[in-house]
Design a protein around this ligand. Structure first.
Ligand SMILES: NC(=O)c1ccc[n+]([C@@H]2O[C@H](COP(=O)([O-])OP(=O)(O)OC[C@H]3O[C@@H](n4cnc5c(N)ncnc54)[C@H](O)[C@@H]3O)[C@@H](O)[C@H]2O)c1
Length: 266
């Protein structure tokens, strides 16, 4: 197994890519700390994870034969993040892998964007990973090993129409990735970012609903993928994250890994 006896801390784990990655990591031998806000927050107006989803994830991981600690909190809340990291260390004694995955997305025209929309986007998508990373890194430094994988987006490497706050937050995360890789390499801590195209998750469905369209219509409108698929599945992302987190990728550090069905090639 690729992650035998590793411990992974995953944000945004209740559903979507975080959940798929938690399950795949458990199948590869890892114990999981599943962190999620698990309630509807003020913005955007689509479905967030729930306590029920976190609980069913815990059961699924235990059926696989691995352990799972559930932590409820917002990545913007340093107190909740600190408590979750402590809970994980108390339960498992270490954190080998951090998947900074929690994030939000919404459309907004620049001249109509509110302070609240801008702040939520940047605070969750960019400051959130900082909040979690700074609390996890001391344990990785002590262990002189670790892997941090940040879920950016293709929008962390290009622009997007009515997505300037989202793209800014994801480019920011790319910058954090490269800078943390430089800073943490002496402790043998690798830092990487991944950049998916559209993924078939509640976020994708929610964005379509907010536009009054079906997910298929949104995919048709953006028409970005070169491969003939409207989107990719969360399990496709999970496979990449597992590989990057494993020792098979031991010299992959500081890089941006696209999983975009060819979108960024043009
Ligand atoms: N879905 C896509 O098309 C797509 C494409 C590229 C990148 N991404 C990025 O991938 C990541 C995961 O996206 P997804 O598609 O699985 O989204 P999703 O909305 O389906 O799931 C996100 C999860 O994160 C949780 N979350 C949201 N805000 C949080 C907060 N402040 N604190 C703690 N938990 C929070 C939600 O409750 C939810 O369980 C995000 O960072 C997103 O920006 C998504």
């Amino acid at each position: 197994m690729l992650l035998e006896n590793k411990v992974a801390f995953i944000t945004g784990a209740a559903h979507g890519q975080g959940r798929a990655t938690a399950v795949q990591m458990a199948k590869e031998g890892a114990d999981i700390a599943a962190f999620d806000v698990a309630k509807k927050i003020e913005y955007p107006a689509y479905d967030f994870g729930t306590n029920g989803e976190l609980e069913s994830l815990r059961e699924e991981i235990e059926k696989i034969g691995r352990r799972c600690v559930v932590c409820v909190g917002d990545v913007r809340d340093d107190g909740a993040v600190t408590a979750a990291v402590k809970k994980t260390i108390d339960a498992f004694g270490k954190i080998d892998i951090l998947f900074n995955n929690a994030g939000i997305c919404a459309y907004a025209e620049v001249d109509k964007m509110t302070d609240d929309e801008w702040n939520a986007m940047v605070d969750i998508n960019m400051k959130g990973p900082f909040n979690v990373t700074r609390r996890v890194v001391p344990y990785m430094k002590e262990a002189k090993s670790g892997v941090i994988i940040n879920n950016s987006s293709v929008m962390g490497l290009r622009g997007g129409n009515r997505l300037s706050h989202y793209a800014a937050s994801k480019w920011g995360l790319t910058g954090l990735t490269k800078s943390w890789a430089i800073e943490l390499a002496p402790w043998n801590i690798r830092v990487l970012s991944i950049h998916p195209t559209g993924v078939n998750t509640p976020m994708n469905d929610g964005l379509a609903a907010m536009e009054g369209m079906t997910p298929e219509e949104i995919a048709e409108r953006s028409a970005g993928n070169l491969q003939p698929v409207p989107w990719i599945e969360p399990e496709d992302v999970a496979e990449l994250v597992v590989f990057l987190a494993s020792d098979k990728a031991r010299y992959a550090d500081g890089g941006q890994f696209v999983i975009d069905a060819g979108l960024l090639s043009v």
